[in-house]
Structures are given as structure tokens and as C-alpha cells.
Write a protein that binds this ligand. Structure first.
Ligand code: SF4
Length: 162
């Protein structure tokens, strides 16, 4: 049957990142090139513009998200997470995996920034990643692509210094 991947839009080169650029990852693109995939950007789905101010989670696990000007954007992040969950649920049984951009306050799977806007990483999940995880979806990141000898995705933790 058909198998589908969801992927953070910025990882496949769409200019959805807060600064209007992308996080194009050649390994992710290579992995997906013969597969069906749907790019999603939770922050755009949550109603935020592009470009937009960078945001970080300042309270975890009781989630609160602010942008660098201190404006509360938590509701946008929750909306984006809910919309992404809907998309994942459209394809539930056909989804082979969800590949998310590590360290993002929406998409981060193992690490997020600590809320100080000083580029300090802490263990934690982005808002969307956490909602998907709580609903039983298996999450991968750009760091977990192609680590196995057979080229299959695997769930891999990595150190922030990597
Ligand atoms: Fe990429 Fe996710 Fe940030 Fe959108 S919210 S730009 S998909 S990391």
C-alpha cells in the first residue's frame, strides 16, 4: 500500500523558517526522494507570518511560548500543533514516519532552546512534536536519517554538541 511521510517543511527547502529561509537537509531530501511526503510547518499552520520573530518555550512542561520581544505566542503554537495532528490523523495507518526539525520550539523532538534566547539547548520537545508523541506517532529528526546500515530510519538520540 501507499506509505506517506510527514516532514517539517523547512527541512525539504521550503522557506518557512522564522527568518524566511529554510533548513534544507540533503540527507532528508535524499531519503525522501522516492517516497511520498507531505511538508508541514506548524508555525505557519498556527497563523504566524513568515518571516516572524524567533520564539522559544519559556516554561516546560507547562508550556508557554514567547517571541524574542516577549509577546506570548503560545496559542499560535497550540493551533499549529492541533492542525498538524489533524493532518497526521488523515493518514494515520499509512504514515511511515514523521520527520521533524530538531531544536525547534514546534518541531524539536529531543532538544529545545531554554527560553533565554541565548542558544542554550535543554532536553525537551517542541509543542507540535509533543502533541504528536502523546498521540502515539513515531517521531524522527534530520539527525536520525540514514544511521542504519540498511538506510532505514531509526529513533536516535543525539548530543547537543553533535
Ligand atoms: Fe521548520 Fe517546524 Fe519551524 Fe516550521 S515550525 S519552520 S517546519 S522547524
Amino acid at each position: 500500500g501507499i506509505t506517506i511521510f510527514l516532514v517539517s517543511a523547512c527541512l525539504v527547502g521550503l522557506n518557512t523558517k522564522y527568518d524566511g529561509t529554510n533548513n534544507l537537509n540533503p540527507r532528508v531530501l535524499e531519503f525522501l526522494k522516492d517516497k511520498l511526503f507531505i511538508p508541514i510547518c506548524p508555525e505557519q499552520l498556527g497563523g504566524l507570518p513568515t518571516p516572524r520573530l524567533p520564539a522559544e518555550i519559556i516554561s516546560y512542561p507547562q508550556l508557554k511560548v514567547i517571541n524574542i520581544k516577549g509577546e506570548d505566542v503560545t496559542s499560535n503554537f497550540f493551533r499549529g500543533a492541533q492542525e498538524t495532528l489533524k493532518i497526521a490523523q488523515f493518514y494515520e495507518n499509512k504514515l511511515s514516519g514523521i520527520i521533524l526539525k530538531e531544536k525547534s520550539p514546534s518541531c524539536g523532538v529531543n532538544y529545545i532552546y531554554d527560553g533565554s534566547f541565548q542558544k542554550r539547548l535543554i532536553p525537551g520537545m517542541g509543542v507540535t512534536a509533543r502533541l504528536l508523541f502523546e498521540h502515539g506517532f513515531k517521531l524522527f529528526t534530520e539527525k536520525s536519517i540514514g544511521r542504519e546500515a540498511d538506510g532505514n530510519l531509526s529513533w536516535q538520540y543525539f548530543s547537543p554538541s553533535e
